[in-house]
Design a protein around this ligand. Structure first.
Ligand code: PLP
Length: 367
C-alpha cells in the first residue's frame, strides 16, 4: 500500500465542472479583478464571518500587504513565532520592518506568556500564526494588544475554518491572511490569497495597495503593487469553498483516530488540545522518540511522512543578521528534533489510516 501526503490527483480527478466555469470567464474577457473576484471575496468573507475579504496574489502577499495597510515599516519591530513557514518572516522583512521571534508552546503556536517579555516600545505589530491549523490563544493575545497598543495580523494561512470560542481565525486581529496555495486546506490551481478585515478603511487601503494605488484608471493615490487575486483562481476558489466544511470535519475525524491509536505509546506525545479552540489539522504533528528512524521505517512501508520544519527560522542563514543563537527558543528547537507530520488529509481511506496506525505502533513495539 502507498499512503501519500499529496491528494491533488484524487481531489482534481474530475475537474470538468470547474473548467466549464473557467470557460465562461474566459469568454467574458473579464480576466483581472471584476465580478469573479468580487463574488469570491464576498463568499469568503461570509464563510469566515468577516465583514470584508480582499483577494491578493498569495498568502505571503496577504501578510505583507496587511503590514503595509497597518502602516508598519522601517524602524518598527514585528514579532512572530520562530517555528513558522518562512513566508511569515519574509513578509515582515519585505515591509521594511525588523523581525523579532518568540518561542512556541506545546501546541506549536505562539507562547503568549513569553511574548509579553519580548514587547518593546518599537513593537508595532504581532503576527500570531495559527500554525498547523491550531489557533493561537487569541484571548490572551488581545489582552496584551490592548495593554501595549500593537496591531495583530493573524497568519491564518493554514487555519481556514479554525476558531477560538466560535470566532474564526482571521476575524479577531486587524486583518487575517489566508493562502490558497495548492497544499492548503482551501486550494486553488496555483497561487492566491485573501485578507479578511472588519475595518472599512483598511479594506479600502488594501484595494489600493494590491492594484497600483489606483483610485480609478487615471488617478493614482500612491505608488503601490500589483498583487491581485487571479480572476481565474477566484472561479476555482468559489467552487472549492463549498468543500471546506467537509474537509475540516474529515481532518478532525482522522486526527481523533490517530490520537486514540497512539495515546498509550510512551515514545509518542500527542499535543494537548483546548476545548474552546477548533484545530483544523492542516498538519497532524506528533512529537516522537527516534524520529528519523520512524520516518525511514514509514517510508519503506510506502507511507510519506514529513517534517514541518527541521530547522527553526532563527537558525536559518537568512536570520544571521538578527543575532539569535541556538538555545534561544528551546521549545521550538526541541520540537524540530522530534516532530513528524503524518498524512491526515480528507482523501485518506479507513484502510490507509489503519495502515499508518499499524506501522507506527509496530515501530514502537506496540503492535
Ligand atoms: C503557506 C503559508 C504562508 C504563505 O502562503 P503562500 O500562499 O504560499 O504565499 C504563510 N504562512 C504560513 C504559516 C503558511 O503555511
Amino acid at each position: 500500500m502507498k499512503v501519500s501526503f499529496s491528494y491533488l490527483k484524487q481531489q482534481f480527478a474530475h475537474p470538468e465542472p470547474i473548467l466549464e466555469k473557467i470557460g465562461t470567464l474566459v469568454k467574458s474577457g473579464a480576466l483581472t479583478l471584476g465580478r469573479a473576484v468580487e463574488t469570491f471575496e464576498q463568499s469568503f468573507a461570509d464563510f469566515i464571518g468577516a465583514k470584508y475579504a480582499v483577494g491578493v496574489g498569495s498568502g505571503t502577499d496577504a501578510l505583507f500587504l496587511s503590514l503595509k495597510a497597518a502602516g508598519i515599516g522601517p524602524g518598527d519591530e514585528v514579532i512572530t513565532t520562530v517555528n513558522t513557514f518562512v513566508a511569515t518572516a519574509g513578509a515582515i522583512e519585505t515591509a521594511g520592518a525588523t523581525i523579532r521571534f518568540v518561542d512556541c508552546n506545546e501546541r506549536y503556536v505562539m507562547d503568549v506568556d513569553k511574548l509579553a517579555t519580548c514587547i518593546t516600545p518599537r513593537t508595532k505589530a504581532v503576527i500570531p500564526v495559527h500554525y498547523t491549523g491550531q489557533p493561537v490563544d487569541m484571548n490572551a493575545l488581545c489582552a496584551l494588544s490592548q495593554q501595549h497598543g500593537f496591531t495583530i495580523i493573524e497568519d491564518s494561512c493554514t487555519a481556514i475554518d479554525g476558531a477560538v470560542d466560535g470566532r474564526r481565525c482571521g476575524t479577531i486581529g486587524l486583518t487575517g491572511a489566508f493562502s490558497l496555495h495548492p497544499l492548503k486546506n482551501l486550494n486553488v490551481w496555483g497561487d492566491g490569497g485573501l485578507i479578511t478585515t472588519n475595518d472599512e478603511a483598511v479594506r479600502d487601503r488594501l484595494h489600493l495597495l494590491r492594484n497600483h494605488g489606483m483610485n480609478d484608471r487615471d488617478t493614482y493615490a500612491f505608488y503601490a503593487y500589483n498583487s491581485r487575486l487571479d480572476s481565474l483562481q477566484a472561479v476555482v476558489g468559489q467552487e472549492l469553498l463549498k468543500d471546506v466544511t467537509n474537509i475540516t470535519e474529515q481532518r478532525i475525524k482522522n486526527a481523533a483516530r490517530y490520537d486514540a491509536a497512539f495515546a498509550d505509546i510512551d515514545a509518542i506525545t500527542i499535543p494537548q488540545r483546548k476545548s474552546n479552540e477548533r484545530h483544523v489539522y492542516h498538519l497532524y504533528i506528533l512529537l516522537v522518540e527516534q524520529r528519523d528512524e520512524l520516518k525511514a521505517y514509514l517510508k519503506q512501508a510506502g507511507i510519506s511522512a514529513k517534517i514541518h520544519y527541521p530547522i527553526p527560522l532563527h537558525l536559518q542563514p537568512a536570520s544571521a543578521k538578527l543575532g539569535y543563537q541556538r538555545g534561544d527558543f528551546p521549545v521550538a528547537e526541541q520540537q524540530a528534533a522530534h516532530m513528524i507530520t503524518l498524512p491526515a488529509h480528507q482523501h485518506l481511506s479507513d484502510a490507509e489510516l489503519d495502515y499508518v496506525i499499524e506501522h507506527v505502533r509496530r515501530f514502537y513495539g506496540a503492535a
